[in-house]
Design a protein around this ligand. Sequence first.
Ligand code: RIB
Length: 306
Amino acid sequence: MAKRILVAGSSNIDFLLTTPYIPAPGETMISSGKYAFTPGGKGANAAIAAKEMGAEVVFCSRVGDDAYGDRLVALFNERGIDTRYIKVDRIEQTGLAVVMLEKSGANRIIVYSGANSKISENDVEEAFSCYPDAILTQFEIKPDAVIAAAKTAAYEGIPLFVDAGPADASFPLERLEKVEIFSPNENETEILTGIRPNNLENCLRASIALCNRVDIKYVVLKLGERGCFVYDGKYCDLISPYDVNVVDTTAAGDVFTAALTAEYLRTGDILGSAKFANAAGALAVSKLGAVNSVPTLEEVKKLMNA
Ligand code: RIB
């Protein structure tokens, strides 16, 4: 039977603009690139990715009472996600992310939180009535909501999976109590620990620093084209990446952590799940968009067997 994952996180409309380069202050640049308004948000990307990877997904989020909010909820329903715990906020607009995408596939993102900033401790606690097998959350909602998720998960004895994006050095990590898998990318690792995970020694130092602050079973550092680094409190492993053509890195980290969570819940094998997540993340960078870049389970399996 599929595991039920409660995803507590943000839903955004991404204003995606491709550009040859990012203009300097005071510069106006005419880009012949494309733009689109597409579904995104770290929570939404993770919810759709976990569902594609075979989990049952209940999504706790907030959208505005506007056309973007309607569009997002309709999409989640179409993709088979349980939307019972998505609230329509009557005051705040649906979250918006301005994603500037350079030719290299690298992006810069500015987020207007809108309705996501109203996801409350109560919203998250209420969503636990779906009897989840696990909870997956990110830092794109307010810290109190993340901490409520952690506290309720600990109280109910449900494993907590944390994607540390976007990281904030002032986030009270200690209050997360107990985390099954904690997964930051390179920048987030540096923000949270002050250590850039640019070589194996620093990956290990940063992972130990994280474990000194929170009770984490596995730290999984997302290292982009270097793959990922897994630390279990004693041993560590560097898992090789898959070689793909990089089109857009947006949401690759969200897809990675969701795939890692879904596969780990299914198998209990952390290294196998990290390999699986590397494949899912690699496929996500080979396509444009956030939700639109989430691969299917078949695509992930095919890449792993290739
Ligand atoms: O991680 C990618 C996501 O970050 C985008 O979809 C955007 O909405 C921002 O939240």
